[in-house]
Design a protein around this ligand. Sequence first.
Ligand code: ADP
Length: 211
Amino acid sequence: MNQLHTASNLVWQSPQTTPEHRRDLLKQYPVTLWMTGLSGAGKSTLAFALEKRLISQGHACFVLDGDNVRHGLNRDLDFSPHARTENIRRVAEVAKLMNSAGLIVISSFISPYREDRGAARDIIGNEAFLEIHISTALQDCERRDPKGLYQKARAGLISDFTGISAPYEPPLTPALSIDTSSSTVDSCIERMLKLVEPFLIRDNESRCGGS
Ligand code: ADP
């Protein structure tokens, strides 16, 4: 892979709109809910259910989902540690762009390395980055095996599979930890909604700034 570099003859172009304009337009403060956890833990299920709920409440949001992003932007990346790092870096940059556009981003990536998630936090900005650990235990994920991947990994048909033949480093201080083996999807969504609530501006609330 090419080394990252900052091109020299580039000049940052300043927009004529401000984040406050977008905040007032969309009635929300942009944020990225960064979901991390094992395959089968429930990240995608919860991400899309939360997205549906927020959209139905009139909030602009978008799910960045691991498998979906690997169909396009990150189709050139495998599951080696180096490629996983690049996967997360690119996704964090996209999340940052989407936040800059005023959107609430729900990202659903195994993102197994603490250091990579820390780098994502640095790219997105600490105030806009909420880490959610979908902490469902390996044995429960493996019992579910929604995509049949654990079976393949155990049979040696998939290498570098998180939890089986590749490591997972759980967050030390997540904003929220959800074990989906002991809760319904609805109750998990309620907990995530509580977390995002401070970023939503209701119609009857007065808004400051944003001239
Ligand atoms: P991931 O995106 O983490 O790989 P998925 O969302 O693809 O996981 O798969 C999780 C599986 O667990 C799905 O089959 C889903 O229906 C099931 N499941 C059962 N209970 C829950 C719950 N409370 N939250 C999320 N998923 C759940």
